[in-house]
Design a protein around this ligand. Structure first.
Ligand code: 8GP
Ligand code: PLP
Length: 837
């Protein structure tokens, strides 16, 4: 149906075109209008939550106008677009970001004050959009911010989970998971009930022969689920460009109910169908760096990938270009292997629905996709059982087998004498049952594969993907070191520091060109500047201290050294090393005389992070941290010398309070296990130092800021394999200091010894896979160096200022430009900033 308004009637449209608010007055009038009409409230019952709602709706109206214009512009120019496929987008709050990016925060602050509200309190009302687990999901969110800010034509595609990552409560020291129903009021999305796609599951494949004698496959029968689009506008900073994040929600295909079942009296079963369909997008799987192979997860993956590809192909077809131009118009990035079925789905569309020949189709497919790997941990590498795929997606399994066949044939031709190579690189693992190795499929189906930090990109080339480098050559494999958006992670999270930097770098340009930060270093000896720098850090620590008191009930001294480790709880990230180190510190303090104690540097050890609900060891680590805190925090000998705090429910908005308040943060993964890390970048950008291993992006951070400004310790990645081998086949002596810690735990000093036995025996009896004992001595010694360095506050501040000024490289803008140039081949769409925008 032609929906375009005919020429003669367009005048009326243009006359009444909505323009959004331009000044404080029109902002206030929009807020009042939303309170009184949209929310049906009044000044007599408008609380902070209603003020948040109305304010958000006012900004959303502005966003959607810019969103519309951006989409029209992009459609008109019809240049190549990027589609970023990610099962996770850990967005956090949107209002503050929308105000900042639209450039109307000051106006909103004044307007809200006129109406009786403090802007900070209003911002605080928002529920985090937590559609992700950790680093991978937050990276996707930073990427969206940079893509919009740099004016790239790009869309994100994800799932609209009804429940995001669970809310974590700590009860008696244990993690308890509570569902996070975040959609009660979400002004940031637009349901597009007109944008739907029918997604097929199950069924069978019938073959026929067409008039040219070509075999055609028909996927028939099975079950249909409907995908409904929800659009989330993504504003760029200092540009009107507003991109789109499209999230798919699942519902039953035939409207409310299956009418046949309904009419035949099978009412209950028709309601059950509806519920089953809705289950697909109901919940985010809460595993970080771990795959469980659940059928529903595979359904989620196909549902989302198929809906997204249908949408992408539909948009491409509107341009009436020939198929071979598809990769010139479309780049699709696979955020880890979760969207790898997209490779198969596009091949299916081209082959079965569009009638292309295999080779022509496959050429289009492989030139369209890029694949980013985020982990080398074997337990996180996705595999799906062949019988499961056969059952759920019978046609896709055939295509996977064909892809594999042609791939292996080409390998065999080139390496005729290497029989074992075929087995190693095969997309199908010959196990019982057979498994599809998704990473292999993603590599074969993409033109570029990248890791997320230099060490990681080198490691994948020499370990898990080594054979593929032999087959495809080294140029297919590349590195794009992760980055973070300075808008959220400096300006929003640390407004005073941002202002101070602006005053020394000549304005806010550093927010769009982070290399501008290097001007800060010129002022490192400026006394007034240093004083203001220190005051800001203290104020941030006071803010966190308040939060700690309110949420954990612990009083901490803001002048103590704040030592922070916040991230998902995982054995490879080694929170156990940290807490064992804390116990060691406690024992050392206890053994001292009063006089000796007086000379010690007071510390607050702050932990935060969620454990996957089924990850028992991680949960024990949380329990140990809380148990140690209970003893240490109440020990009068110790007082303010040591406090141990576990902050409940770590998420993006908590990170925005925690990150600016750290003196030292811990990024202490076993070397070679943390692909990059992104919180390490956030902490340094906010004027905190790092204690860390030579792992992931820590290495590049060191290169940028200088090794005098970071506390590195521990074994190197290249030595890990030998050490592990020794643990198993040689002698494994536990570090004596660590042994003392174990003995103390086993004495019952921190409560139930049984609970913590597994944490100890993982190190002592089961091969110490994460090298906790090997690195313990080096860790303790380096922590002592941290204490010493912190005592020299002048030198410490110099280190912090120098580090911040050298962090320009870690902007996600730099990172996105590298992807755009080296992988996606897309250009920004320049736009002039409009008046008032
Ligand atoms: C994470 C990496 O662990 C982290 O080092 C990196 O900074 C981040 O990705 C962004 O690149 N990886 C994951 O979160 C991950 O692999 N998750 C998948 C299993 C879900
Ligand atoms: N979780 C949240 C809520 C975050 O904000 C971040 C990064 O800032 C991460 C996880 C990733 O942290 P890391 O890089 O330490 O794994």
């Amino acid at each position: 149906v032609e929906a375009s308004i005919p020429e003669p009637q367009r005048e009326a449209w243009l006359k009444h075109q909505v323009s959004g608010f331009k000044d404080k007055d029109s902002f206030e009038s929009e807020v009042v209008r939303h309170v009184e009409t949209t929310l049906a409230r009044s000044m007599f019952n408008c609380d902070e939550s209603a003020a948040y709602s109305a304010c958000s709706l006012a900004f959303r109206d502005r966003l959607i106008l810019e969103w519309n214009r951006t989409q029209q512009r992009q459609t008109f120019v019809d240049s190549k677009r990027l589609y970023y496929l990610s099962l996770e987008f850990l967005m956090g709050r949107a209002l503050d970001n929308a105000m900042l990016n639209i450039g109307s925060k000051d106006l909103a602050k004044a307007g809200l004050a006129d109406l009786g509200f403090r802007i900070e309190d209003v911002i605080e009302q928002e529920h985090d959009a937590a559609l992700g687990n950790g680093g991978l999901g937050r990276l996707a969110a930073c990427f969206l911010d940079s893509l919009a800010s740099l004016n790239y034509p790009a869309w994100g595609y994800g799932l609209r989970y009804r429940y995001g990552i669970f809310k974590q409560e700590i009860i008696d020291g244990y993690q308890v998971e509570v569902p996070d129903y975040w959609l009660e009021f979400n002004p940031w999305e637009f349901p597009r009930h007109d944008v739907t796609v029918d997604i097929q599951f199950f069924g069978n494949v019938r073959k026929s022969t067409d008039e040219n004698g070509r075999t055609v496959s028909h996927w028939e029968g099975g079950e249909i689920v409907k995908a409904v689009a929800y659009d989330v506008p993504i504003p760029g900073y200092a540009t009107p460009s507003t991109n789109n994040l499209r999230l798919w929600s699942s519902t039953a295909a035939s409207g409310e109910f299956d009418f046949q079942k309904f009419n035949s009296g099978d009412y209950e079963s028709s309601v059950a169908d509806q519920q089953r369909a809705e289950t697909i997008s109901a919940v985010l799987y809460p595993n970080d760096n771990l795959e469980r192979g659940k059928e529903l997860r595979l359904k989620q993956q196909y549902f989302w990938v198929a809906a997204s590809l249908y949408d992408i192909v539909r948009r491409f077809k509107k341009s009436k270009r020939p198929w071979r131009e598809f990769p010139e118009q479309v780049a699709i990035q696979l955020n880890d292997t979760h969207p790898t079925l997209a490779v198969v789905e596009l091949q299916r569309i081209l082959l079965d629905l569009e009638g292309l020949e295999w080779d022509e189709a496959w050429n289009i497919v492989t030139n369209t996709f890029g694949y980013t790997n985020h982990t080398v941990l074997p337990e996180a590498l996705e595999k799906w059982s062949v019988p499961l795929i056969q059952h759920l997606l019978p046609r896709h399994l055939q295509i996977i087998y064909d892809i594999n066949l042609y791939f292996l044939q080409s390998v065999e031709r080139r390496f005729p004498d290497e029989r074992e190579l075929l087995g190693r690189v095969s997309i199908i693992e010959e196990s019982q049952p057979k498994m599809v190795r998704m990473a292999h499929l993603a590599i074969v189906g993409s033109h570029k594969v990248n890791g997320v930090a230099e060490l990681h990109s080198d490691l994948i080339k020499t370990t898990i993907f080594k054979d593929f480098v032999t087959i495809f050559g080294p140029d297919k494999f590349t590195n794009v070191t992760n980055g973070i958006t300075p808008r959220r992670w400096l300006h929003q999270a640390n407004p005073r520091l941002s202002e101070l930097i602006a005053s020394k770098t000549g304005g806010k340009d550093f927010l769009t060109d982070l290399n501008e930060l290097n001007k800060v270093e010129l002022h490192v000896d400026d006394k007034a500047f240093r004083k203001e720098w220190a005051d800001i850090k203290l104020a941030n620590k006071e803010r966190l201290a308040k939060h700690i008191k309110a949420s954990a009930g612990v009083t901490v001294d803001p002048t103590a050294l704040f030592d922070v480790q916040v991230k998902r709880i995982h054995e490879y990230k080694r929170q156990q090393l940290n807490i064992f180190g804390v116990i060691h510190r406690y024992l050392t303090l206890k053994a001292m005389t009063r006089e000796e104690r007086k000379k010690q540097q007071p510390r607050v050890s702050i932990f935060g992070g969620k454990a996957a609900p089924g990850y028992w060891m991680a949960k024990q680590i949380i329990h140990l941290i809380n148990s140690v805190g209970k003893v240490v925090n109440n020990d009068e000998d110790i007082g303010d010398l040591l406090k141990v705090v576990f902050l409940e429910d770590y998420n993006v908005s908590k990170a925005e309070i925690i990150v600016p308040a750290s003196d030292i943060s811990e990024h202490i993964s076993t070397a070679g296990t943390e692909a990059s890390g992104t919180s390490n970048m956030k902490f340094v950008l906010n004027g905190g130092l790092i204690i860390g291993t030579c792992d992931g992006a820590n290495i590049e951070i060191t290169r940028e800021i200088g090794e005098n400004n970071i506390f590195l310790f521990g074994n190197l990645a290249e030595d890990v394999e030998d050490l592990r081998h020794n643990h198993t086949y040689g002698t494994h002596e536990i570090d004596p200091d660590l042994n003392r810690v174990f003995q103390e735990i086993e004495k019952g000093t921190f409560g139930s010894t049984q609970d913590f036995a597994a944490l100890i025996s993982a190190v002592r009896d089961h091969g110490d896979y994460y090298l906790v004992s090997d690195d313990f001595h080096s860790y303790i010694e380096t922590q002592a160096l941290v204490d010493e360095a912190y005592r020299d506050q002048e030198e410490w501040i110099t280190k912090c200022i120098t580090s911040v000024s050298r962090m320009g490289f870690f902007s996600s803008d730099r990172c996105i430009n590298e992807y755009a140039e080296g992988i996606w081949n897309i250009e920004p769409l320049r736009v002039e900033k409009e008046e008032g925008a």
